[in-house]
Design a protein around this ligand. Sequence first.
Ligand SMILES: [Zn+2]
Length: 192
Amino acid sequence: MSILNKLQDRSGSKCELCASEENLSIYKLPPMPVGTVDDSILACGTCIDQIENPDNVNVNHWRCLNDSMWSEVPAVQVVAWRMLTRLRAEGWPQDLLDMMYLDDESLKWAKATGEGLEDEHKVIHRDVNGVILQAGDSVVLIKDLKVKGSSMVAKQGTAVRRISLDPENEKYIEGKVGPTQIVIITDYVKKL
Ligand SMILES: [Zn+2]
């Protein structure tokens, strides 16, 4: 069975967002779709156009998410979350977001395009190359760092896994080097 057939089967040949039966095609979820059924949805031309071109958004069209956000399909939940996040300044999308439940994996996926990131976290941490760092990321040290309050030196090339972010200061992250939790300045790390 082709991907399209499987999606038609799953959706009953309707847009999985607004239930339209017109002009349906496969929408593969960015940022890195493999193109499987699990990371694709069946959607109508109107929905896809507005997802891909924020300038074309007709806010009222997305009232359809009131229903489709309850889909059991993670890919549909993720698109719903992204659109509600994009539109939340309207008020009602924020109310829906508050009711919505995504498991950890889906939420991570939903956030992977950076939707809503800018206003959700005013403090944005970036590595030496300007790549956005998120809690749980792994980084590598790009120079030897003296660890404050000890004689330890964290060597260039050391990987620091599962970092946490200082919520107040965009220049500081924390992570473990060996058994020791240290504070690291973002200018000295590169995201792995
Ligand atoms: Zn649609």
